[in-house]
Design a protein around this ligand. Structure first.
Ligand code: FES
Length: 324
């Protein structure tokens, strides 16, 4: 069994300092006159780094700002190698291998009003959404929380939007200027019309506070994107995975994920983050009940159990049959 991931080569056209610790990268096709595949706001691409890591980054430009993909990378003090490599080892002119854009965080374009809430580097997918809402003439508000002005990516562009837009406004929140106080999500949610759609991307405590504040809203109106896992992978094991296409079976013991076992067994499943947040390893489930641990599928999709992320999810029974 082998899944084939569509990849393409891009050149790092330029690197820009966006804020303290944040660099952005403009990626263009290597081959002249080749066009990059289209994408929608909220999409991300996987960067296959030459140190062997694969990392997902949201595209922050709009499709209309054509011909390139733009990603921003925050140098994470707890980097597991991705952001450190991007900051220290990737230069203008380098060729990178990337996956095609995927979107687990799509924008509902028909909402009467859209509230975007960003924490730190979580601004990237929301910046792309803001541009789209502006282009459509839809009403929006962006709440953007950072430690201080100097840590705030895209601040000049966003201030320019504030000066010009008649559709929306950016509300900046600098933690260091607010006596350590954070955005009050309950107040933000309570002050909006019932039909408002809410989007949040940022660090885990922010996302948890956001989910608590929006718990009573309809699922369809609440959209969240995580960039770190909320819980550890299910490695309780004790079940068998059957691959319907090849007819092969693998026993998943305690201490391993399905992905671990398939790779060790010589299979080539697609994967990227290994944390249940990017969606690359999603596989259709033909039989059996997954024990979901991902942050990609909605609660409804997890209940339906038609697919699962094999990097982190397990099995509630003794057997799973996967469309692999
Ligand atoms: S590899 Fe990213 S969700 Fe499984």
């Amino acid at each position: 069994m082998s899944q084939v991931e569509e990849i393409l080569q891009v050149r790092v056209q330029s690197i820009t300092f966006e804020a303290e610790g944040i660099l952005s990268y403009e990626l263009r096709p290597v081959a002249p006159r080749r066009e990059l595949p289209a994408f929608s706001p909220g999409a991300h691409v996987d960067l296959h780094l030459s140190n062997g890591l694969i990392r997902s980054y949201s595209l922050f430009n709009s499709q209309e700002q054509g011909g390139c993909y733009r990603v921003a990378v925050n140098l994470d003090a707890n980097s597991r190698g991705g952001s450190r490599f991007m900051h220290s080892s990737v230069g203008a002119g380098d060729i990178l291998t990337i996956g095609l854009p995927r979107n687990n965080f799509p924008l509902y374009e028909e909402a009467e009003h859209t509230v975007l809430i960003a924490g730190g580097i979580g601004i990237t997918p929301l910046f792309a959404m803001l541009k789209r809402l502006e282009a459509l003439g839809r009403r929006w508000t962006l709440y953007y929380s950072t430690r201080s002005r100097k840590n705030t990516a895209f601040i000049k562009e966003l201030e320019a939007v504030n000066a010009q837009s008649s559709h929306g406004r950016v509300v900046f929140h600098f933690d260091q200027e607010s006596a350590g106080g954070f955005l009050n999500f309950s107040d933000i949610v309570a002050s909006q019309a019932a039909s408002t759609h809410f989007y949040c991307c940022g660090p885990l405590p922010m996302l948890e506070a956001f989910e608590a504040a929006t718990a009573d809203l309809p699922d369809d109106c609440v959209h969240v994107e995580y960039f770190a896992a909320k819980e550890s992978a299910d490695t309780s094991g004790g079940f068998t995975v059957e691959l319907a296409r090849s007819g092969k079976s693998f026993y998943v013991p305690a201490g391993k994920t399905i992905l671990d076992v398939l790779i060790e067994g010589g299979q080539q499943p697609l994967y990227s983050c290994q944390e249940g947040i990017c969606g690359t390893c999603e596989v259709a489930v033909l039989e059996g009940e997954p024990d979901h641990r991902d942050l990609v599928l909605s609660a409804k999709q997890q209940r339906e159990g038609h697919s699962m992320m094999i990097c982190c999810s397990g099995c509630r029974g003794e057997r799973l049959v996967l469309d692999l």
